[in-house]
Design a protein around this ligand. Structure first.
Ligand SMILES: *Cc1c(COP(=O)(O)O)cnc(C)c1O
Length: 348
């Protein structure tokens, strides 16, 4: 691996007490190009500009996918990644569906560990702050014809972040627009999935919500995800979340939370959930909690659900399941309990 270090760190220019999400970047980045049918030598170099033609393939045809992950500094001061091999596997599932080359393990995991080790000073030791990591893969040939690119670029940039949402959110059950369809690319972190979601989300924000709850493409009767997060409900004494399909992003946070809940002995169900069931449970007081699950926000409590003009208030207890899960994941990430599943991977 080729390594070129920055002449001077920019870390003193960043106000770690007022971090806006994803706007400041660490001193270094990882870049690796795919050309002539093979991956070239990865390189770590100072964070900088992309130098490319306006014919850059990814801009025109959307062969582009990303990952989102975090590095944490535990109470012993060590920097570790949370389940990074899962992000590597998922990026390659996205790559396969978008006809991009798989990124080799030593480039993704090897390069990532080295990068985070070099920029370790940027990883805060904190309950709510961490280093957000953005690996991405895009088509980097420079031609405008609607056929697959020949060159690809894999890169990783990193951004120190604070909490994603300020508090509990209000969400609107979307009954017109669709995030993903059967046979489509909803299970990938393809860039275009997010581009297509901004408009419906902006409409919901105009109506006083923070986000939408996506429903199925056929008749908008089944709950799928909440914005860019998986969703979970506590209905009665059971934790329920929709099962994975090709329309749902297989969240690593979702999977980790399911594992913890089962370990703690809770009733957990992965099954289809209808809008009618959620609305009925909200009306009868049987819906005790609802929250989004994802790397950026970890657990994001929902305080209100709107459906076809009616707003239902959802409890968000301080000592509820969302809080217990956040605490449980923090304990593992900050090294306060034994990491039974081997989820933390040291960058050393
Ligand atoms: C990234 C993402 C998630 C959450 O995945 P994590 O691995 O938990 O971060 C859920 N839904 C969508 C649509 C996403 O893009």
């Amino acid at each position: 691996m080729k390594i070129t270090l920055a002449e001077k760190s920019r870390i003193n220019e960043v106000d770690f007490d007022n971090l806006a999400f994803g706007t400041s970047f660490t001193d270094h980045m990882l870049v690796c190009h795919y050309e002539n049918g093979k991956w070239q030598e990865p390189e770590i170099r100072p964070y900088g500009e992309l130098n490319a033609s306006y014919a850059l393939h990814a801009l025109h045809y959307g062969q582009s996918a990303f990952e989102g992950m975090k590095a944490y500094r535990n109470q012993q001061g060590e920097v570790a990644l949370f389940r990074p091999e899962q992000n590597w596997a998922r990026l390659n599932r996205s790559a396969e569906r978008l006809l991009m080359p798989a990124v080799p393990e030593e480039v993704f995991l090897g390069g990532l560990k080295k990068l985070i080790d070099i920029d370790a000073a940027w990883v805060p030791q904190d309950e709510v702050k961490s280093l957000y990591i953005r690996p991405f893969l895009f088509a980097s040939s420079e031609f405008i014809a609607a056929r697959p690119s020949e060159r690809y670029t894999f890169a990783v940039i990193c951004s120190p972040v604070g909490p994603y949402y300020a508090g509990a959110v209000k969400v609107k059950i979307e009954d017109k627009f669709t995030r993903a369809t059967g046979g489509g690319i909803g299970f990938t972190k393809a860039a275009g999935n997010y581009g297509g979601a901004f408009y419906p989300t902006a409409k919901a924000i105009e109506e006083g919500y923070n986000q939408v709850i996506w429903t199925d493409h056929a008749n908008h009767e089944r709950i799928e995800e909440s914005g860019t997060m998986n969703i979970m409900f506590r209905i009665g004494d059971t934790m329920v979340t929709p099962p994975l399909t090709d329309r749902i992003l297989a969240g690593i946070t979702r999977e980790s939370i399911l594992t913890l809940l089962r370990e703690w002995g809770h009733n957990v169900e992965e099954r289809p959930i209808t809008v009618t069931e959620v609305v009925e449970a909200a009306k009868t007081g049987n819906l005790h909690e609802a929250f989004g699950m994802g790397t950026a926000a970890v657990v994001s409590p929902i305080q209100q659900i709107g459906y076809q003009g009616t707003r239902y208030e959802i409890p968000n207890p301080n000592d509820g399941m969302a809080a217990k899960i956040r605490e449980g994941l923090n304990d593992i990430r900050l090294g306060r309990v034994e990491d039974k599943h081997g989820w933390m991977v040291s960058v050393k």
